[in-house]
Ligand binder design. Sequence first.
Ligand SMILES: *Cc1c(COP(=O)(O)O)cnc(C)c1O
Length: 416
Amino acid sequence: MKRLEGEPLLAIARAQGPWLIDAEGRRHLDAVSSWWVNLFGHGHPAMQAALADQLATLDHVMLAGLTHEPVVRLSERLAALTGLGHAFYASDGASATEIALKMSAHAWRNEGRPGKCEFIGLTGGYHGETVGALSVTDIPLFREAYAPLLRLSAALPSPDTRQAGPGESALALAQRCAAALEAHLERHHERTAALIVEPLVQCAAGFGMHDAEYLRLARALCDRYEVHLICDEIAVGFGRTGTLFAHEQARIRPDFLCLSKGLTGGTLPLSVVLTTDAVYAAFYDDRAARGFLHSHSYTGNPLACRAALTVLDLFEAAPVLAHNRVTAERLSALCAPLTAHPRVRAHRQLGMLWAWDIDDAGIAGFSGRYHLAAREQGLLLRPIGNTLYFMPPYVLDDDALRQLADGALRALESLS
Ligand SMILES: *Cc1c(COP(=O)(O)O)cnc(C)c1O
């Protein structure tokens, strides 16, 4: 609140494609996809048409004892894409994490193993900020004030390549971190319900990236020690890492897959937890107490489901991932001068994600000051600590790519 006195809010009046238009008519490139949710730009005509049609047909109805076409079609299409045939809906990412954690522990309980009720995450992991989700989130700034409210869970070493020792490859680091996971599971598997990971990229940790081998090894260890694997693809799902879902790159299947953010292309709040036949079977019973008693008022909202169906339609209507590969190559080339800047310490890129760690010595309050400097360049960018990153929508033309690459460099130069 105090900061706003010196840094007034930017009022956005309209948005079109990748552009946000402020109250004074200035255009800002939404290079963070409005906090990682937008995929195909703002005001997409197909999205507008679908939502207008849905609003005129069925706006909302409860999903207890009732059903509707958008939620059935969406569940079937997500099942076909992931091989996970059971879906549970909520309205945001943190709720998806809560659902996955509760469902995992409850499934073990129903299988006669109530002792399996602890969770493991990775250092720097982020899974949302409600009390349960915060328990598996390892970001001290977010946890500190609420520490007495949180359940203990173990944070095991993350295979984030920035943690590699001298001369240690990403693969060797992945193997070393998997060995730490194995050591933990060996001792604690009897009381561990699930491991929760952000596949390939820990976005909130400052876009820490890891080798897919970690996911393969983690999957094998979870199988061996009978622990669920929860993949939180709330941020990285829907093509951000170059494949539709990040875990595909490790050729594994999680026991739970959490999706939100890009699920509706950045239009409406919706999240889903997809799971396996085995988990479903653990709840299949006449006794209510063995059912999954969890509900949200807007579960399976038809408008939000219709938005998600439109996102899947857009992925089917054009070779989006192939188009993104061309865009990514072009943007990486345009960013060569930024990457070569003397203040850049670490650079990484995957799919439609770019990150640079900046040596911010002598630039007090780097992230806030960079944000304002980028605003001068017509760019919406919000570094995490000293990590500058791009997570743009998939609809940047060459002018927009140039403005992003050139403006990000000029903003850095203006602070150096
Ligand atoms: C954003 C995010 C969440 C939380 O989603 P909300 O909708 O903000 O509650 C959880 N996990 C990851 C990986 C995220 O990026």
